[in-house]
Design a protein. Structure first.
Length: 266
């Protein structure tokens, strides 16, 4: 019982630490001027929200573009990452450590070091200034998470269940649909969650490859912040945070699933 109490307290402190940074944003979005040394604004207003949700602000359009890019990036990362993760998780081969190192490298190198060179390459390929190029650019930081998580999932995957299904006459797609996919689903969902959030938060790669024409929410947020529009910045920041919170909330219970095809750990 005492252990449960400490777990509840720890969870509450963690939730508080995550929520506290949002409080100033919420206040700014409702403030009609908030000046030092006032602890709270002297006047409140919904003008920032009215503007942020209006067509001239471009916030809603940028929101849909950001969602589309993040979803497309996640789907492509899964198409590449699942077979790559299976190969790394189930098989030992010469050069495997080098492959793992190369997979981790994009996640370790700062985006500011990648963006100029990537822009030059994409410019020569005619991939700048559009959502297609931005999606491909987002694969660079998202693929390492997808591949490494799926490699860890497949490292615990028991292929005997697939062999049994094939011996009973199941076609390859039936084995994938009824055996493999249910077994790896929690891990795949976790990997997709990471990929979505990493793509969602990209600023420099979007700016470099999109050439300012692909206006995602991080770019719009930075432009209002740089202009000193703290009230509108607070509203956009809360809109920007919301999809990530919803994704985590909706998938939290799914990522802890277990399946007989996943071998129990030590």
């Amino acid at each position: 019982m005492r252990s449960n109490h400490w777990q509840i307290i720890g969870a509450a402190l963690l939730a508080l630490a995550l929520i506290l940074p949002m409080v100033p944003l919420a206040i700014w979005s409702l403030a009609h001027g908030w000046r030092f040394p006032d602890l709270l604004p002297r006047a409140w207003s919904l003008k920032a929200w009215d503007y942020a949700l209006s067509a001239p602000s471009g916030v809603l359009q940028s929101l849909w573009i950001t969602i589309w890019i993040a979803l497309a990036t996640t789907a492509l990362a899964a198409l590449v990452g699942v077979p790559a993760g299976r190969a790394l998780g189930l098989h030992d081969f010469r050069g495997k450590r080098l492959v793992l190192l190369l997979m981790i490298a994009p996640a370790l190198i700062p985006a500011i070091a990648i963006a100029p060179g990537l822009h030059g390459v994409f410019l020569r390929l005619g991939l700048t200034g559009g959502t297609g190029g931005v999606i491909l650019a987002h694969l660079i930081p998202t693929l390492p998470y997808m591949v490494l998580i799926m490699a860890a999932v497949f490292a615990r995957f028991d292929t005997v269940h697939e062999d049994q299904a094939r011996s009973l006459g199941a076609a390859p797609w039936q084995v994938w649909r009824h055996v493999t996919l249910p077994a790896i689903a929690p891990g795949l969902l976790t990997a997709c969650l990471f990929a979505f959030l990493v793509s969602w938060s990209q600023y420099l790669l979007t700016l470099a490859v999109g050439s300012g024409r692909v206006q995602t929410l991080p770019l719009l947020l930075y432009s209002f912040a740089a202009a000193g529009r703290n009230d509108v910045t607070g509203a956009i920041a809360l809109i920007y945070i919301l999809p990530g919170v919803l994704v985590v909330a909706l998938t939290a219970r799914q990522v802890t699933g277990r399946h007989p095809a996943l071998m129990a750990g030590p």
